[in-house]
Write a protein that binds this ligand. Sequence first.
Ligand code: LLP
Length: 424
Amino acid sequence: MNFFNYRNGELYCEDVKVRTIAGRTGTPVYIYSTRTLRRHYDVFKRAFAGTVPLICYSVKANPNIAIISLFSSMGAGADIVSGGELFRAVRAGVEGREMVYSGVGKTAGEIRSALKNDILMFNAESLEELDAVDAVAGGLGLKAPVSIRINPDIDPRTHPYISTGLKKNKFGIDIRYARDAYVYARSKPNLKIVGVDMHIGSQLTDVSPIVSALRRVLGLVRGLGRDGIDIRYMDIGGGLGITYKDEQAAQPDRYAGAIEGALKGFGVKLILEPGRVLVGNAGILATKVLYRKQNGTRRFMIVDAGMNDLIRPSLYDAYHEILPVIETSARRFQQDVVGPICESGDFFAHRRSLPLLERGQMIAVMSAGAYGFSMSSNYNSRKRAAEVLVDGEDYYVIRKRETDSDLTRGERIPSFIKVRSTDA
Ligand code: LLP
């Protein structure tokens, strides 16, 4: 459910016309709906009413500080995977005690910043990382709270690039050696074992792989209890999928019911790391038609957003619905919607039935709130898009469009190169 709707043939975000926003910021522009974000968070939280979990919003899905801060104001913590995400979460007002830190490659500097911010726990992904966290914590005279991310070897049945819980994936510690890893962690003087963690993949439409993985991990927790290792926090990651096209994605209440069922009898505090399910359908990418053309039998709609703005179709062959911003009765054709970038992989849709739009008309690429702006780049030296947050009849630019000087910020021409023009 979201608050992007047509009224009198024109696409609105809540009570604001998409056209009005684009008129002010230009295109391409990401537009997010506060009402949708709040609703998604509420539905997710209410689904877990029986357990009162700590919901750590997965910052990587959409790291704009306005979005992190909105969820934080509703009681969320943050799931972070880098020093940069830690910085953002702090800027957005999230308390360290509500942050969990995952990722296979945490550097000593990142570990130090996280410890200084007193985070809730590190989700350690290797024995060598445990050594590193122990060493940094020792240097600071602290005890680092750790959990171990378990790789349960369960097939999440999603795109291979976003599947993380199989033993061929780089994530976590193989469940067969997990107990040894805990015993190892216990032997470290500057570590304090507080939890256990898993995350088996993203865009999961079926909850059963999550429940199977959870059962395996709970078996481990039981064994650890017998070894005298107490687990306080059970972090089960994120991964709940959304509907992009016609997927029958499990709803939060089914997800919650299955998890609460599996956790019955375990006195652990549940931690969740939802990303996509909160923000995915709360955002669109509005872009303008630059040109139309036909090559052989293929008809192309060339728009002013490219794969640098939204890479999901290029990278995962992901489907995003495309809607004209102004409804039209123009004849429909099968069209390839493509961007201006010099790669054939730069597309938003192939052979999609869409009305033949005029130059200057706009389309909305739907469900672009998660892993949209966050994966955008400056490829082809394109300036990254503006981001706007709508709240009822109001809207706010939460990130300005980049400028030419943003593109060369930090670059220097060394003195041995003779610059020919003095304007440079
Ligand atoms: N926790 C951890 C440790 C993660 O690695 C992720 C996502 C999440 C939570 C949040 O997962 P979510 O609830 O959003 O599924 N770029 C890809 C998705 C990559 C997901 C990476 N990890 C895409 O556009 O589909």
